[in-house]
Design a protein around this ligand. Sequence first.
Ligand code: PMP
Length: 426
Amino acid sequence: DLAPATAPLDVVSPPPVPLVDGRRVPYANLDYAASAPAVRAAAEAVAELLPRYTAVHRGAGWLSTECTRAYERARGEVAAFLGCRPDDQVIFTKHTTESVNLLASALPPRTRVVAFDSEHHANLLPWPDLVRLPAPASPRAAVASIGAALAVLGDDAPVLIAVTGASNVTGELFPVADITRLAHRFGARVFLDAAQLAPHRPIDVAALGVDYVAFSGHKLYAPFGCGVLAGRSDWLDAAPPHLAGGGASALVGDATCDVTWRTGPARHEGGSPNVIGAVALGAVCAELGATDWQRLVDEEDALRRRLATGLARIDGVRQLHLFGADSPRVGTVAFIVDGWSAGLVAAVLSAEHGVGVRDGLFCAHPLTRRLVHEAGGDPSTTQAVRASVGLGTTVDDVDRLIAGVARLVGKGPAVPYAVIDGRYAP
Ligand code: PMP
């Protein structure tokens, strides 16, 4: 009863999932912000490459040459998808977290990094000398706050503004172009965390002007294990290699310290790379790059609005916003339910309705704690539920979530339920 994936951007569906009453239903995956399902283009790229899979950059054999070509083609597909400038590097990493750690270790001495409290931990914790700004109350306040920080920091040491394109908690879009224009006036650089933006909006690095960008393949309909850091070469080529070893070194002398490191992406990609992950990611980037983004954005936004409107009609459900309910955002809705812990809401949605959502603080503890508190409601509520849509999400997925939450609320406070050992128990 599942539609086969016939178009390159059709998602590959899992089998029906069991409910607590023994029925099996199609999985309503509303957890795209954590990891998106693979699309057919990614699945086909994996299936095609697996039988031909061999080491890249090292062998003279035919397969090795072909694999090297496929790996480097993928790099080009990612560069085109991101709209990189000719002198930008595209480095394959494991994920956004590794990309940020790589850039953090490539900062010139004395660089100060400026980021809002609202960032995902991956864009807070790796930075060595971080100036943390309070989460802004509006896009305009975000720009003003960065401007004030830049004025105080001055230009006697390098400054990097690290900002997300879209919040992983609320989905709200940050004014990246305005922030970048301002930062450049002060001689500062900008890093864009595009983990949540890339699957939902076209990115044009050259037009935005951002200096660095990172995202994760597993949120962009490709497999786990491959992410990207792209951006300006000078800091990256001057930095110590991220993974010292074979591939990163051009020449090694007889003394251990006698090493000439490569420049370019190879400098940071020591060891045998994740060729299959990169090729699958490149295939998705090529398909998304050629897609009608406006249609995709409109479809997702209709689903997101249906979700938000449906939840808004249920008494005791409070949605989380940083900039306000009307601020533009990707397809993510975070909420709390009066009288119900977020964990229990998520467990019941899964067990009774086959709906997959995320609950907790979403690796953005300062932001989520603040938004849950500001949403009011039961003071014992400390965590939230997050539903997120993407390619392949249906109206039925969204309606099942709304109906599931309405049913919970109709039962009154969560007395007859328990989660035992992490499992739902009616
Ligand atoms: N930044 C943002 C905005 C994210 O949403 C995430 C993932 N939740 C990350 C960074 C980290 O991504 P990954 O776990 O793939 O490294």
